[in-house]
Write a protein that binds this ligand. Structure first.
Ligand SMILES: O=C(O)CCC(=O)C(=O)O
Ligand SMILES: [Fe+2]
Length: 223
């Protein structure tokens, strides 16, 4: 069941272009970026408000795998999700922000990012997501992962950190607190990651930029 979030405290409005540049530079340098206060409080307020209007029934248990290969595996992940939809004004604000980032990264890095799909995720106390990668090499689908965290007043003792690993290593290269307004962006194929068990209700929006993998006889499904 999704618990209400409470009010989100205001954060300073950052300059969006400067944030996009910081993300682009970190991606070139490291393949990943972690930005605290990546979005202004108007946007986090809208997204937190949207989550408050969603009830437990609006979320579904998350699956692993894609399309017809999807399955539920309680040992791998225990979050519940809801896909964002352009038809909702709150969801649309985040989808537009992500689209502006997509255009910026395409201009600066020539990534050819074509589309973006995103879901809210709720990790109830005790929920986790074991080490995984979001895309497999050669399948040309998910290129860049984004995770925006929506938890006011999150404490390290609340758990729920995201650990980012090097492709073949077991020592984390980043440990990310899921605090309100923090955004993680990383190359989907290259960085295994996991979500440690949360001790409070933990909310986020996970999203993926994709290239267009459609061919004449196969339309690339959006998720
Ligand atoms: O919420 C996070 O920190 C990461 C979520 C994740 O890895 C995923 O949904 O694939
Ligand atoms: Fe992931």
């Amino acid at each position: 069941m999704a618990e209400p979030l409470g009010a989100c405290p205001p954060t300073d409005p950052p300059d969006r272009t400067a944030i996009f540049d910081t993300i682009a530079e970190a991606l070139i340098r490291d393949g990943h970026a972690v930005i605290t206060d990546a979005v202004d409080s108007t946007l986090t307020d809208a997204l937190c408000g949207r989550i408050e209007t969603l009830s437990g029934q609006d979320f579904s248990p998350a699956a692993i795998g894609r399309a017809q290969d999807q399955m539920h595996n309680n040992f791998v992940r225990r979050d519940e999700i809801r896909w964002l939809d352009m038809g909702d004004p709150g969801d649309a604000q985040w989808l537009r922000w992500a689209d502006a980032l997509r255009e910026h990264l395409n201009r600066r890095l020539f990534l050819g990012l074509f589309s973006y799909e995103a879901h809210y995720a709720h990790y109830a106390p005790g929920a986790f997501y074991k080490r995984h990668v979001d895309a497999f090499r050669g399948q040309a689908n998910r290129i860049l992962t984004t995770v925006l965290y929506l938890n006011p007043d999150w404490l390290p003792s609340d758990g729920g950190q995201m650990l980012l690993y090097p492709e073949h290593g077991h020592e984390p290269i980043a440990r990310i607190e899921p605090a309100l307004g923090t955004l993680a962006v990383f190359l989907s194929e290259e960085f295994p990651h996991e979500v440690l068990p949360a001790r409070q209700d933990r909310y986020s929006i996970a999203g993926w930029f994709r290239v267009n993998a459609s061919t004449a006889d196969r339309v690339d499904p959006p998720r």
